[in-house]
Design a binder for this molecule. Structure first.
Ligand SMILES: NC(=O)c1ccc[n+]([C@@H]2O[C@H](COP(=O)([O-])OP(=O)(O)OC[C@H]3O[C@@H](n4cnc5c(N)ncnc54)[C@H](OP(=O)(O)O)[C@@H]3O)[C@@H](O)[C@H]2O)c1
Length: 254
């Protein structure tokens, strides 16, 4: 049985690089029409549109998810271009490097993390849900992190934002169930993307991180995109409010 998303429209935030880009490509390969946002990586975004089959199949829109009005324009662009919205993947996010002790964390740093990682998720869901209610169903998948499950020392604002989205998903799964909108979340561990680059580049940090992963390696972006595709598909019709762990076995909780 193959996952087919033909006649479906998917929106992925932060689709220009990393996990988001892998998700956009997989959705397009499954037959969906895909709209994705980027902020700075305009060249990668345009290359990805081409790789997905061009303007008829994919659309890249510049939008800062921390800006609620920008999130609204993004959702409106999807509906204007492709006529509907079936799947939303709230993926865009930032992490902090170097590590930051709480007593040195400024209000500006705290606010920026929350604005992108937590408010940014609220913003796209807030504007997508009316369309999904109108269509009598939809799928929302949020990208959290192992940090949201077990915390992360010296990245506490990041961990708090990712824990926040898990609570958001659990509440929304019940709230939106009457509308047949299924809301789930994935919680990746270390994945080989630009975000993890500082750790990947340092032999010391890399081997320390790998020692804590039972599968003894970082994951690849596609290894997160595949479970996201599953959650968006007709293979996951009775799952909502779930946290799917994608971490090589490093957090045995959910
Ligand atoms: N990599 C990991 O180890 C890991 C582990 C757990 C969870 N995650 C989560 O997975 C998600 C994707 O991370 P990644 O590793 O793929 O990161 P990445 O390679 O750094 O890519 C981040 C993406 O988010 C976009 N983005 C950042 N700030 C944005 C904003 N304000 N508005 C709109 N888009 C914005 C970026 O767009 P531009 O490049 O166009 O600016 C880019 O497309 C994040 O939520 C992250 O927290 C990652």
């Amino acid at each position: 049985m193959k996952i087919i998303l033909e006649h479906q429209v998917a929106l992925v935030t932060g689709g220009s690089r990393g996990i988001g880009a892998a998700t956009v490509k997989l959705f397009a390969d499954a037959g969906a029409k895909v709209i994705f946002s980027y902020l700075r990586a305009a060249r990668q975004a345009q290359e990805l549109v081409k790789a997905c089959g061009g303007a008829g199949r994919a659309l890249a829109v510049r939008a800062d998810v921390a800006n609620v009005a920008g999130a609204k324009r993004l959702i409106q662009a999807a509906i204007r271009r492709f006529g509907r919205l079936d799947i939303l993947v709230a993926n865009a996010g930032i992490w902090n490097f170097p590590p930051l002790p709480i007593e040195k964390m400024s209000e500006r740093e705290w606010d920026e993390m929350m604005a992108i990682n937590l408010k940014g998720v609220y913003a796209v869901i807030h504007h997508a849900v009316p369309q999904m209610i109108k269509q009598r169903g939809g799928r929302i998948i949020v990208v959290s992190s192992t940090a949201g499950q077990r915390g992360e020392a010296f990245h506490t604002h990041y961990a708090a934002s990712k824990g926040g989205v898990i609570s958001l998903v659990k509440g929304l799964s019940t709230e939106l169930a009457p509308h047949q909108i299924l809301v789930n979340c994935v919680a990746p561990g270390w994945i080989e993307t630009d975000m993890a680059r500082p750790v990947l580049k340092s032999r010391g940090m890399r081997s320390k991180a790998i020692a804590a992963i039972p599968l003894r390696r970082f994951g690849r972006p596609e290894e997160v995109a595949m479970p996201i595709l599953f959650l968006a598909s007709s293979m996951a019709t009775y799952m909502t409010g779930e946290v799917v762990n994608i971490n090589g076995g490093s957090v045995l909780c959910g």
